[in-house]
Design a protein around this ligand. Sequence first.
Ligand SMILES: CC(C)(COP(=O)(O)OP(=O)(O)OC[C@H]1O[C@@H](n2cnc3c(N)ncnc32)[C@H](O)[C@@H]1OP(=O)(O)O)[C@@H](O)C(=O)NCCC(=O)NCCS
Length: 199
Amino acid sequence: MTNPPEILETKRLRLRKPVLEDADEILRQYAQDAEVTKYVSWRAHRSNDETRDFLRGCLEGMESRKSFHWIIDRKDDDQLLGMIATRVDGHKWELGYVLARPYWGQGYMTEAVKTLVGWALKQPEIYRLWAVCDVDNVASARVMENAGMKREGVLRRWSIHPNVGDAPRDSYCYSIIKDLERRPLSKGAGQSGKRKAHV
Ligand SMILES: CC(C)(COP(=O)(O)OP(=O)(O)OC[C@H]1O[C@@H](n2cnc3c(N)ncnc32)[C@H](O)[C@@H]1OP(=O)(O)O)[C@@H](O)C(=O)NCCC(=O)NCCS
């Protein structure tokens, strides 16, 4: 079973394992912000206890290898900017991410997603990285496009955003996959090919 690194570094960011002590900063920076939480699948937090419970869930997920979560810190000043996570389903890993509002639009999430995708596609057991975003979540769609993911289509009535309403909304589905580079079969030879990232 693939075991992701506890720390992943990008040029400006350090992705690291969460600790319960991150709760205060997560709450202060973004978890109760109505704009940040508009298109996420979880209810905005109202207290430090809720954020700690959420972090406990993240750590349990990591313990059972069902999901992996990283806090995104800026290397320059150790400022906590957000989180990025993957949910594991065999060879398919689903991405999710969130960034506090003051840090939007500076390319941080594109940088984080590119690095995580780059790591994942080098792993023999991971063949597909994918994620959904609300059809109106332009920034999230752009992050995935910038990270080399391809829009596969619209999943109608797919996602409920509890901070907006109960009715499921349409989502774009994006993915990047590891594919076989197919070569023409020569007579008597089996199919050969090497794996490469394929958008
Ligand atoms: C989605 C999110 C993570 C993007 O992070 P980010 O670091 O600001 O993204 P980047 O700076 O890498 O920008 C990616 C693109 O989105 C654009 N963008 C960033 N913020 C935007 C906004 N508020 N509105 C429209 N476009 C925006 C950038 O200009 C860039 O576009 P470009 O490549 O065409 O220049 C961030 O907006 C966020 O946390 N949103 C709330 C949580 C969320 O929606 N998570 C995803 C759930 S699917």
